[in-house]
Ligand binder design. Structure first.
Ligand code: SF4
Length: 376
């Protein structure tokens, strides 16, 4: 079994990645788990409970500020992602410190923290500012064991990947891609402003680097049947992502999706259908892939539907019980080599837009220099 590589107060040292360094990919089975759960994986790696602390560094999103399109994804509450919004670096570090203090007050034993750049597109900025921000977050306390960076697959030029790779030489770093689905019609439906080809391209340039990659996937997208969701599952292995975050589609107030749900135009997956889809999905992905989430939710006052996703612990238990009922676990239906990477759903109308090439992304980010994300 992999030995924990960092204890609180230790100097930050290199941490093993699931698919390198002889990392024990199946330790979770020896622990009697039914899937490769994130919390247990972190505990194994760092020797204790690790908590993420979410921070807002003031980024906007190319799907909001017009660089790709405007309006954002139909489920995203992006009203606060004003392109002119600026956040002081000091305030980002304050958020992190406050989060650490608050988690310490809630839990007795926390071995370390991951600084989580969560809202908006956290690689969408000038390279020098990204480097200052990422390094400052990692250096805020010896208890910060790593960094998680949420982004879009069409917003990672090679220079940004090189920077994140360099940080990952010494720290745990996870780059979280909003993949959502392999089906271009679904990406169109949610107004992602990119197609699956961007995810394929981002993973082609990310695989083999030192940082972990995580794919966000949404289950229950209108127009996707069970076979469509499973086709997305069957691409997780070939794409080579290290982790997945599964979310049920949910609608919050003040979003285009929220309006559609309130008008009765969109139906959500029901609870049992979701549990069953999650188990089917996890059975089809490799056992080495870490499962960071099995459901998603929003603050109760904002959430419209489905209300069942507020019961996170109960849902997780139902997912585990479904595995037990079937006598299966993650990876049981995964067959290595059965599928190749496919730019699924890409057809004549949906070729990679010229503005999604790395060169064009570089240019866009260069232009965003006039909209600095941070005040230094
Ligand atoms: S890409 Fe992410 S941040 Fe941007 S609009 Fe979509 S969900 Fe929101």
């Amino acid at each position: 079994m992999n030995k924990p590589s960092k204890k609180p107060g230790d100097a930050v040292i290199s941490t093993p990645k699931p698919n390198v360094d002889g990392f024990d990919e199946t330790a979770w089975m020896d622990e009697g788990l039914l899937f490769n759960a994130f919390g247990a994986a972190l505990r194994r790696r760092f020797g204790g409970r690790i908590q993420r602390v979410s921070i807002d560094a003031g980024f906007t999103c190319p799907n909001v500020d017009g660089a790709v399109t405007r309006g954002g994804c139909n489920f995203c509450d992006n009203r606060s992602f004003s392109p002119s919004r600026r956040v002081r670096l000091a305030s980002v570090l304050e958020q992190l410190n406050r989060g650490i203090t608050s988690v310490r007050a809630r839990y007795n034993k926390v071995a370390g923290f991951i600084a989580y750049l969560q809202p908006a597109t956290n690689t969408y900025g000038p390279l020098d500012q990204l480097e200052t921000l990422y390094r400052a977050a990692l250096d805020v306390s010896p208890d910060v064991v790593g960094l998680a960076i949420g982004t879009r697959p069409d917003c990672v030029p090679d220079e940004v990947l090189d920077l994140i790779d360099a940080l990952a030489q010494q720290h745990y770093v996870s780059l979280e891609y909003g993949m959502q689905s392999i089906h271009d019609r679904s990406l169109d439906w949610m107004n992602r402003g990119h197609y699956h080809a961007s995810m394929v391209d981002a993973m082609r340039r990310s695989r083999g680097r030192r940082f972990e990659t995580c794919a966000h996937v949404i289950l229950g997208i209108p127009g996707e049947d069970h076979a469509d969701m499973m086709a997305t599952a069957d691409q997780i292995g070939p794409l080579g992502v290290d982790a997945v975050k599964l979310h049920n589609l949910y609608a919050v107030r003040g979003t285009p999706l929220g309006d559609q749900v309130l008008a009765g135009d969109v139906q959500m997956l029901d609870r049992q259908g979701y549990v069953s889809a999650v188990v089917d999905f996890l059975e089809r992905i490799p056992s080495r892939v870490i499962v960071e989430r099995v459901s998603g939710d929003a603050p109760p006052d904002f959430l419209i539907e489905p209300r069942w996703c507020l019961e996170k612990s109960a849902l997780r238990l139902e997912i585990e019980n479904e595995f037990k009922r079937r006598g299966t676990r993650q990876g049981d239906r995964y067959v290595a080599g059965a599928y190749q990477v496919t730019e699924h759903g890409q057809d004549a109308e949906h070729t990679v837009a010229a503005d999604q090439t790395p060169a064009a992304i570089r240019q866009r980010i260069g232009q965003s220099r006039t909209l600095p994300v941070l005040k230094f």
